[in-house]
Design a protein around this ligand. Structure first.
Ligand SMILES: [Zn+2]
Length: 189
């Protein structure tokens, strides 16, 4: 970042941030990943400092996750934000320890296959999310949207993080969904 940063090797030149696409292989899959490093304008040394090494490790981990069929850090962030969860809440809900989600989302570590399965289940189904909230006795942290007209179909109440303000609740009706899947209900024009 800092163009005036002195080269730690020769102590005279200045280093600049460089990125070079580099082909990487994992389990027979090839991909070009950005390789971050610093380059000295005097002694022409190139090296990765702590920051570059961290970025490179994260790029590599994201690639490994995608080859292994695991959700990437960005996908986990999307899922967590969809349910308006803090990272701490996500850790209590799904497990993994207090800093687990920071590590998953930054691609510092890969989540286990069982964690990945649970995350995918919740990503697929707001009902699964609601059941998990109950299972972990975290209902007090969420508000649920009101039941609609008693004569109508029973609606599943989807928890919403009460600390995150206004949000239009998602309404998911499993019976209607099954009917739709069987072709008994048509999409409204
Ligand atoms: Zn140098």
């Amino acid at each position: 970042m800092n163009a005036q940063e002195l080269c730690p090797i020769c102590g005279e030149g200045h280093v600049t941030d460089q990125v070079q696409m580099t082909e990487t292989q994992y389990k027979g899959h090839k991909r070009n990943l950005p390789l971050h490093f610093k380059l000295c304008d005097s002694c022409t040394s190139d090296f990765a400092g702590a920051q570059e090494s961290k970025q490179n490790r994260r790029e590599l981990m994201a690639f490994h996750k995608s080859v292994d069929g695991l959700l990437t850090g960005a996908e986990i962030t999307d899922l967590r934000k969809r349910y308006k969860l803090t990272q701490a809440q996500a850790a209590r809900l799904f497990g993994g320890g207090p800093v687990a989600f920071s590590k998953y989302e930054n691609d510092d570590v890969a989540q286990s296959e069982s964690m990945d399965t649970l995350l995918r289940l919740v990503r697929r189904s707001a009902v699964a999310f609601a059941e998990l909230v109950k299972e972990k006795c975290m209902e007090a942290e969420f508000v649920t949207e009101k039941q609609i007209a008693s004569s109508g179909p029973k609606l599943v109440r989807v928890p919403i993080n009460r600390f995150n303000g206004d949000r239009t609740p998602e309404i998911y009706n499993p019976r209607e969904f099954r009917q739709f899947a069987r072709g008994e209900v048509q999409c409204k024009p």
